[in-house]
Ligand binder design. Structure first.
Ligand code: KIV
Length: 275
């Protein structure tokens, strides 16, 4: 069944959990879609897990459009959310609407995601008024790592916890259809989830959220960089791939691959007439 923003609203009403994974390419998106995951986030984590940057700050609109379009070609049923990269919306409400529009028109996303709280409510409102669904993102927002001083859990103090609640409510009032909460203490995430009428999607925010999202390379152990504590590894695909690459190298060097069945034949008399 096709997932839309209506599916998200209904899931909250019926207390049904939503599943979301990141993807950045056609083949992986197709596998995730076929597994029945509700939504695919083409996250700007692309910069780290696909492009090898140390953080997400260098990711461009062109990167996001290119990868969102590839993901969209692999999907039939998942809701595709394209991430707005650093400086594609912070600069002005106008830029936010124009760039959100590009992710829909050129990337074929169904919705966009924006990091940040109350300060970005005007941007979200304007994008929603242009008929583009927006997913908010609060807590540890990786585009702000320089301001946070690193990848840190957010909301442990009363002041920051209260700010996160206010931010979540502002995003809902601005028209967001869902809110991602990243690295937020589980009990606080539950309080926020109970306050909102739109679904919350947690990543490192406990089981009380209305849904969960993970970076797919983390959950199948394909990313060799830092793996956060909140990730559960569902498969060791990285090891399986490395083993396959080693076996291939070994067989190529020994002349075992390609075997006869991996090639194409030609009649001997054609070969004989060549000289
Ligand atoms: O870019 C991303 O993958 C994200 C998730 C971690 C929520 O924003």
């Amino acid at each position: 069944m096709k997932n839309t923003v209506v599916t998200f609203a209904q899931a909250k009403e019926k207390n049904e959990k939503l599943s979301m994974l990141t993807a950045y390419d056609y083949s992986t998106a197709k596998l995730i879609d076929e597994a029945g995951i509700n939504a695919i986030l083409v996250g700007d984590s692309l910069g780290m897990v696909c492009l090898g940057y140390e953080n997400t700050l260098s990711v461009t609109m062109e990167d996001m459009i290119h990868h969102t379009a590839a993901v969209s070609r692999g999907c039939e049923n998942a809701l595709i959310v394209g991430d707005m990269p650093f400086m594609s919306y912070q600069t002005s409400v106008y830029d936010a609407v124009v760039n959100a529009g590009r992710l829909i028109k050129e990337g074929h996303a169904h919705a966009v995601k924006i990091e940040g709280g109350k300060d970005f409510a005007p941007h979200i409102k304007a994008i929603v008024e242009a008929s583009i669904p927006v997913m908010g993102h609060i807590g540890l927002t990786p585009q702000s790592i320089n301001a946070f001083g690193g990848f840190k859990v957010q909301g442990k103090s009363l002041e920051v916890a209260q700010k996160l609640i206010d931010d979540a409510v502002s995003l809902q009032e601005a028209g967001a259809f869902a809110v991602v909460m990243e690295c937020v203490p589980a009990k606080l995430a539950e309080v926020i989830t109970n306050k909102l009428s739109i679904p919350t999607i947690g990543i490192g925010a406990g089981a009380g959220c209305d849904g969960q999202v993970l970076v797919y390379q983390d959950m199948v152990a394909m990313y060799s960089g830092f793996t956060p504590k909140f990730v559960k590894k569902y498969a060791n695909v990285g090891e399986i791939m490395k083993e396959a690459f080693k076996n291939y190298k070994d067989e190529v060097s020994k002349g075992v691959f390609p075997a006869k069945e991996n090639g194409f034949s030609i009649d001997d008399d054609v070969i004989e007439k060549l000289y």
